[in-house]
Design a protein around this ligand. Structure first.
Ligand code: BTN
Length: 342
């Protein structure tokens, strides 16, 4: 683990955590921890108590056996070794224990002039952000929170198209685990209608050029249904929930970075058209009756698809509307089902 955004991590806690990680799934006695870290058993107990404050029930203790980190915890450490040197995305890589939002850290780095491809991942976010000012549920140690900095030489109006690149990278990484996914305009990745992943793009630009785009991606990896707050129950899912097995977050993140790199190269060479074409093959909304909440307007109609610039095409009673931003809710069917998540 690297330095966290809230200050330097306690080196003793880090060593204890590392020992627990090395023995993940098995109990390590208090005495063994005390011996290998060079502190008393009481000090071990205090430090583990603090770690539990951060890792919750991922760290378990049993009086006669000691402490263990549950197998559900797959560390992000080691991710740097899984990213090929020639990859633009993922170099440099910043791994944090906890941040307010990886997008904020990435934004600070971008403002300081860091090269494109620089990527921030975190074990937890305290103020993870979703679209339209919503919160992104970001529990510790189970999911992936990743933000990467791009500096594409394109006009600012094309910036929002980068969301499709992010979505297709998530689709390919998830398909690598044998799952079937769908995409919901503009930024959601769903499995069986439940949200698995969301993308938040944020941009700094001048009238003619983009300074940088932050592509922020959240993927629910090993989160379990019980962890969800009531408002997300039944509406969000995770890779673990769908595959029935714990997914290695570092490996999954490496696969995602591989696909991000591939799609970014394609975007720079050929623009968004080939990526949008692939994206259309996964579209969840086509032909469905929806309501679109835009800034100051509500439109109702049937989704026809997306156009070459990535705008949503909606057949309404007044003709075909072209929508560049908005929040889509399914209408009709068994019940009105909001298909976005807060
Ligand atoms: C959405 O579906 O509304 C977008 C969610 C985006 C969440 C990711 S997690 C990594 C990055 N950091 C954030 O604070 N948000 C994005």
């Amino acid at each position: 683990m690297r330095e966290g955004a809230k200050g330097r991590a306690d080196p003793v806690e880090e060593r204890i955590l590392r020992l627990l990680m090395e023995n993940r799934g098995s109990y390590v006695s208090g005495q063994r921890i005390a011996d290998s870290v060079g502190i008393s058993r009481t000090a071990v107990w205090k430090r583990v108590k603090r770690l539990k404050g951060r890792y919750g029930d991922l760290i378990e203790s049993r009086p006669s056996s000691g402490y263990r980190l549950k197998e559900d915890y797959t560390p992000l450490d080691g991710l740097d070794l899984l990213i090929p040197p020639e990859s633009t995305i993922g170099h440099p890589l910043f791994i944090y224990q906890e941040v307010a939002s990886t997008n904020d850290i990435a934004c600070d780095l971008a403002l300081k002039g860091i090269r494109e491809g620089a990527t921030v991942v975190a074990d937890a976010q305290t103020r993870g952000r979703g679209r339209l000012g919503r919160e992104w549920f970001s529990p510790r140690g189970v999911n992936l929170y990743l933000s990467t900095i791009l500096r594409p030489p394109i006009p600012p109006w094309k910036g929002p198209q980068l969301v499709f690149l992010g979505a297709m990278a998530v689709v390919r990484a998830v398909e690598g685990l044998g799952l079937r996914v769908e995409v919901k305009w503009p930024n959601d990745i769903l499995v069986k209608g439940r949200k698995l992943s969301g993308i938040l793009t944020e941009m700094s630009s001048e009238p003619e050029r983009i300074n940088f785009v932050i592509l922020g991606i959240g993927v629910n990896v090993n989160m379990e249904e019980e962890m969800l707050p009531p408002e997300l129950k039944g509406r969000a899912t995770s890779l673990r929930g769908e595959t029935g097995r714990v997914v290695d977050r570092a490996r999954f993140a490496a696969s995602l970075i591989h696909h991000l790199n591939r799609y970014y190269r394609l975007f720079l060479d050929q623009g968004s058209a080939p990526i949008l074409d692939e994206w259309k093959g996964y579209s969840f909304l086509d032909g469905r009756e929806v309501e679109v909440l835009g800034p100051g307007s509500v439109l109702r109609g049937i989704v026809l698809g997306v156009d070459d610039d990535g705008a949503l095409l909606l057949r309404t009673s007044h003709g075909v509307e072209r929508i560049i931003s908005g929040d889509v809710t399914l209408k009709g069917g068994l019940e009105d089902q909001p298909c976005y998540l807060p």
